[in-house]
Ligand binder design. Structure first.
Ligand SMILES: CC(C)(COP(=O)(O)OP(=O)(O)OC[C@H]1O[C@@H](n2cnc3c(N)ncnc32)[C@H](O)[C@@H]1OP(=O)(O)O)[C@@H](O)C(=O)NCCC(=O)NCCS
Length: 141
C-alpha cells in the first residue's frame, strides 16, 4: 500500500467508472475525465482526505479512500474487477486500517454488497445503523 500520487489519476478514473464499481457507489453515474481530474486534484490538496493505492507486483489493483473530520474517517474502497475474488480486498483493507490507528473508521455499504460486508467484518467493523438499503459499519481504533 502507498499514498496516491498525481500519476494515479487515470487508474482511479478507470476503476471509478467501471460498471461493477459504479453499481456499489452512492453516485452510480459515469463521470468524465475532466470532472474526475478536478475531484482528484481537490482530494490531493486536502489534508483531511487521502487515498491509499494497493499494488501487486507494482501493478495497480485497488484503492482505499479516507475522508476525515478530526479523528473520524469515512472509508470507501475498490479492487479492479479482473483481480476480484482473490482475497485482495480483505488484505488491502487490513493493511489500510493499520495506517489509521487511533481513528474512528466507518463505511457506508449497500445491503447487497456481500463482499464488502465480509471485508468490513473481517477488519473488525460492526454494523451500527441501517437506513433503507445502506448499512453503516464502524469501528474504534
Ligand atoms: C468489494 C470488493 C473490494 C471486494 O474485493 P475482492 O478482492 O473481490 O474481495 P476478497 O476477494 O477479499 O473477498 C472478500 C470476501 O467476500 C467474499 N465475496 C467476494 N465476492 C462475493 C460475492 N459476490 N458474494 C458473496 N461473497 C463474496 C469472498 O469470498 C471473501 O470472503 P471469504 O474470505 O469469507 O471467502 C470488490 O468487489 C469491489 O471493488 N467492489 C466494487 C466497489 C465496492 O463495492 N466498494 C465498497 C463501497 S464502500
Amino acid at each position: 500500500m502507498r499514498q496516491a500520487n498525481p500519476l494515479d489519476a487515470k487508474s482511479l478514473f478507470d476503476l471509478r467508472n467501471h460498471p461493477a464499481v459504479r453499481q456499489q457507489s452512492n453516485n452510480a453515474a459515469e463521470i468524465d475525465i475532466y470532472e474526475h481530474q478536478r475531484w482528484f486534484d481537490a482530494v490531493m490538496s486536502n489534508r483531511s482526505r487521502q487515498i491509499l493505492i494497493a499494488e501487486q507486483g507494482e501493478k495497480f489493483v485497488g484503492m482505499v479512500r479516507f475522508d476525515c473530520l478530526d479523528d473520524s474517517c469515512r472509508m470507501s474502497w475498490a479492487i479492479i474487477p479482473k483481480t476480484q475474488g482473490q482475497g485482495l480486498g480483505k488484505q488491502m483493507l487490513k493493511m489500510a486500517i493499520e495506517q489509521m490507528k487511533g481513528c474512528t473508521l466507518s463505511a457506508e455499504i449497500k445491503h447487497n454488497n456481500f463482499a464488502s460486508i465480509k471485508i468490513a467484518e473481517y477488519v473488525g467493523m460492526k454494523l451500527i445503523k441501517q437506513t433503507r438499503d445502506i448499512l453503516l459499519y464502524q469501528n474504534d481504533y
